[in-house]
Design a protein. Structure first.
Lengths: 114, 113
């Protein structure tokens, strides 16, 4: 069965420090992987996706994610955190052979402290 | 591009009343998704459409919930009768053919008293 795990409910980082939000997945075939961000009282916004190709994917707002097939992970990273990055982050996966339904992680609350 | 449009943004109603949520997807998108988000259950897919046809409604919690997509530019999610446990934020999202990326609307915050 397909699944996504975000092992941390909350991540706290000081402004200016690098940040990592973790995501691991399980699919039967090759995965399509996504990261979305949700600011308070807003809808989810697409950040980046991995379909194929380079394992390091660059996205919006300076975020990037690294696809690691052997570890079945797709961690979200940013070299220098901003207070404005504080939000809820969701990882999602789709098996390329399945329908268009995404399997969503539970979300990780990122708090950047000044 | 106006993005996905949802209305109303907020809805407060009393138990037993009918509630209709509306969504206009991004023009040209073939897929439309309805989600529900709560603190307890997180983000749940309720139903999705492809070319106006419902493909998977296994996430619809009960017969009180129904969704329609009469044309490519409009969809509704109806709850009749509503109950307090239906209180949540309801999102609509759309994506293009083969595009995979789903684009979300701002959501409708529903409160059932």
């Amino acid at each position: 069965a397909q699944s996504v795990a975000q092992p941390e409910d909350q991540v706290n980082v000081a402004e200016g420090n690098p940040l990592t939000v973790k995501c691991t997945y399980s699919v039967s075939g090759n995965p399509y992987l996504f990261w979305y961000v949700q600011y308070p009282n807003r809808g989810l916004q697409f950040l980046l996706k991995y379909i194929t190709g380079d394992n390091l994917v660059k996205g919006s707002y300076g975020f990037e994610a690294e696809f690691n097939k052997s570890q079945t992970s797709f961690h979200l990273k940013k070299p220098s955190a901003l207070v404005s990055d504080s939000a809820l982050y969701f990882c999602a996966v789709r098996d390329i052979w399945s329908n268009y339904q995404l399997i969503w992680g539970a979300g990780t609350k990122l708090i950047i402290k000044p | 591009d106006a993005g996905v449009i949802q209305s109303p943004r907020h809805e407060v109603t009393e138990m037993g009343q009918e509630v209709t949520l509306r969504c206009k997807p991004i023009s040209g998108h073939d897929y439309l998704f309805w989600y529900r988000q709560t603190m307890m259950r997180g983000l749940e897919l309720l139903i999705y459409f492809n070319n106006n046809v419902p493909i998977d409604d296994s996430g619809m919690p009960e017969d009180r919930f129904s969704a329609k997509m009469p044309n490519a530019s409009f969809s509704t999610l109806k709850i009749q009768p509503s109950e307090p446990r239906d209180s949540a934020v309801y999102f609509c999202a759309s994506s293009g053919q083969g595009a995979d990326t789903q684009y979300f609307g701002p959501g409708t915050r529903l409160t059932v008293l």
